[in-house]
Design a protein around this ligand. Structure first.
Ligand SMILES: C[S@@+](CC[C@H](N)C(=O)[O-])C[C@H]1O[C@@H](n2cnc3c(N)ncnc32)[C@H](O)[C@@H]1O
Length: 291
């Protein structure tokens, strides 16, 4: 990842330390000026996160705002890619909108590696997406071996990831009014200067290869770039996670209406009714194991 950003991996701290963690008091990675001086960013262990000692050493802690009740963290490499890209380039703040879901474009992922696809789907769920179109090009999400499918689903945190995944191919481009192909590097308009808020009729494509570019020459498909360092086969999870985070920044979070509670109380299909006195059994805690 460091190489893609033109940075270096380091075991020591150079310049101020920025901790990347969704810890209490962390500020969003959005809404910062581009980086001017040398800085070190630290990301944590996939299981344990950053240690309290590293958090205490940091000049600031930044978080990637997530919008899911069940998938609250990203894969560590995906988080490092997003954090590195925003710290380096800076950005405006995350938008606020009355109905963000109406602004969110469709997203189309193309991947060849099952774990890269799974990790990208984890990022999509964490960043508030409900649906993703997937052309897995042999990555095995739909038809891989049992082991591949298990690994891909573990990487996607599928047991708690409610994302709807739709099988798709480049032929589906024709169904959309505006198709934007995001390239990791190269000369095109920078992604952050594109408007990514046109709703479902807009399609953002990540992970395409040169065959799609050829096809694009005949059609009305546009390109944008992340301006990463050129690299032969950049991992899908890194590229896709940056793109998903930029869409989430532009689409925005729901604007809170003054006086309205932030979270709607859950609705149940049936209310719990008290049982009749004869149906109630009192159990001493010491006897619970018998039940
Ligand atoms: C999978 S996370 C560790 C999660 C930790 N076990 C927990 O449950 O909170 C691995 C690392 O990725 C980075 N990371 C993942 N999601 C993040 C987010 N939403 N904001 C900031 N950093 C994040 C952090 O550096 C974190 O230490």
């Amino acid at each position: 990842m460091a190489r893609l950003l033109g940075a270096v991996r380091s075991a020591s701290i150079v310049g101020p330390l920025i901790a990347i963690e969704n810890a209490p008091g962390a500020r969003p990675i959005y809404g910062r000026a581009p980086l001017r001086d040398q800085t070190t960013i630290a990301v944590g262990n996939e299981r344990r996160g950053l240690s309290p000692r590293t958090l205490a050493l940091a000049a600031e802690t930044l978080e990637i705002p997530t919008q899911s009740r069940t998938v609250k963290t990203l894969n560590v490499a995906a988080a490092a890619a997003i954090a590195g890209w925003y710290v380096l380039h800076g950005s405006a703040r995350q938008a606020q909108a009355a109905r963000p879901e109406l602004r969110r474009p469709s997203v189309f992922l193309m991947g060849r590696d099952h774990v890269e696809v799974g990790s990208s789907l984890r990022s999509a769920a964490a960043l508030g997406f409900r649906d993703v179109l997937l052309d897995d090009r042999g990555a095995g999400w739909f038809e891989g071996s049992a082991a591949e499918r298990r690994e891909a689903r573990a990487a996607a945190r599928r047991h708690k990831n409610p994302l709807r995944i739709h099988r798709a191919s480049a032929d589906d481009f024709d169904r959309f009014e505006d198709v934007l192909l995001v390239l990791p590097s190269g000369s095109a308009k920078p992604l952050q200067r594109e408007r990514l808020t046109h709703g479902r009729r807009q399609l953002i494509v990540v992970g395409s290869d040169s065959a799609d570019l050829l096809r694009m020459a005949q059609g009305r498909v546009r390109t944008a770039t992340l301006d990463l360092e050129p690299c032969e086969d950049p991992p899908l999870r890194l590229v896709a996670s940056i793109v998903l985070a930029e869409i989430a920044r532009q689409v925005g979070r729901r604007r809170r209406i003054p006086g309205k509670p932030a979270v709607r109380p859950p609705r149940y299909e049936a209310a719990v009714r008290l049982g009749a006195a004869g149906d109630v059994v009192f159990v001493d805690p010491s006897r619970l194991l018998e039940y």
